[in-house]
Design a protein around this ligand. Sequence first.
Ligand SMILES: [Zn+2]
Length: 115
Amino acid sequence: MTKQKQINIFEQKAVVGPLAWQITTLDEDDMPTHYGQCYAPLTAKIKLNPENTGMRALDTLLHEVVHAMDMMALTKLKEDQVERLGYMLAMFFRDNEWIHDYAKQKIKEEYIRKK
Ligand SMILES: [Zn+2]
């Protein structure tokens, strides 16, 4: 496997609907008990435990993104539904590596400006 550039998640924003959700470190008091937290649209923050690694880090990010989508779409999912969808999304990305490049390709195809 070729070495890929590490992405610092804490320098990213997750755009969900009209909001760019700031990704920050979880408050120290919450670190022993939480992998992440998502705050209501007015603050638009996703807080992640910096000790999350590997699939736990991806699973937690996607879990919080599903919460953000739920807030934006007003679907009122229950915590266990968010839990299952976040987990299934993480497994989908793990088990279908082709989707990473396919998504980039199709997004580029859709939004590239014709000269
Ligand atoms: Zn949750």
